[in-house]
Design a protein around this ligand. Structure first.
Ligand SMILES: Cc1cc2nc3c(=O)[nH]c(=O)nc-3n(C[C@H](O)[C@H](O)[C@H](O)COP(=O)(O)O)c2cc1C
Length: 228
């Protein structure tokens, strides 16, 4: 069994997933975990609720992320579409562009980083890093449950601070939409519709992984490229 197959969620046959018309796999040159390979950020969300148990599971995955001094500086504010007034309030924290598509997601969240250590109030320089790890866990868990996540920088952090009474030593970092894949045609903007099916792209590893000195691509990375 390949490393990819071994690491997969066993509930869905990998071949069925590959056949889903909305899959946007990363290339499978290296055996990265299937949840990483399949993940992407949709804007078209289906009109299907995300049940409470699944939502709790996603947040539980986030909770078990590692963090500097085990500080766990991540906090999440959640709004579910069932609760119309809470959901409308959360939408106010998104910018207009994001609001247009994110309002179709069954769950919206704001991620918040506590930027000071609880024990002595010193600045926690790694709070954003650790919040990112928690979100990484959540996204990975979500994909294993066929839940898709779209994170958003396009928010109004100060509005969110005001609405939710967020303390000064906490930063509102990002918005998050969670749910199931919808139909690209439900998106008004043609560019956004196209993005739902266009291939995903990334910088090559050589541009990201250095050895010896800044900017010098690691030899083992280049060797892998040559043999692929
Ligand atoms: C922290 C963060 C902020 C983002 N902000 C936005 C945003 O405001 N609006 C949006 O449409 N997409 C946003 N994205 C989605 C990225 O554009 C997307 O992840 C990137 O293009 C890579 O595509 P993929 O996730 O489908 O692989 C954001 C992603 C992250 C991680």
């Amino acid at each position: 069994m390949s490393a990819t197959a071994k690491s997969m969620d066993s509930s869905i046959d990998p071949r069925d997933r590959a056949a889903h018309p909305r899959e946007k796999h990363a290339p499978d040159d290296l055996p990265v975990d299937e949840s990483i390979r399949r993940r992407w950020s949709p804007r078209a969300f289906a009109d299907k609720p995300l049940n409470e148990d699944d939502l709790r599971t996603l947040l539980e995955a986030a909770r078990w992320a590692p963090s500097s001094y085990n500080e766990q500086p991540w906090r999440f504010i959640v709004a579910r579409r069932e609760d119309e007034s809470e959901f409308a309030t959360m939408l106010e924290c998104l910018n207009e562009q994001n609001r247009k598509w994110a309002e179709d997601a069954p769950v919206l969240m704001l991620t918040v980083a506590h930027t000071a250590f609880e024990r002595d109030g010193r600045e926690n320089r790694h709070a954003y890093h650790d919040l990112g790890l928690a979100m990484g866990n959540l996204v990975h868990q979500a994909m294993s449950m066929d839940v898709y996540v779209h994170q958003m920088a396009g928010i109004d952090p100060e509005r969110a601070r005001e609405i939710y009474d967020i303390p000064a030593d906490c930063d509102v970092v990002a918005g998050v939409a969670l749910g199931y894949l919808g139909d690209p045609d439900q998106l008004e903007d043609p560019g956004r519709r196209e993005a739902e099916t266009s291939p995903r792209s990334r910088r090559p590893l050589e541009e990201l992984v250095f050895e010896g000195t800044w900017g010098h691509s690691a030899d083992f990375v280049a060797a892998g490229e040559a043999s692929s």
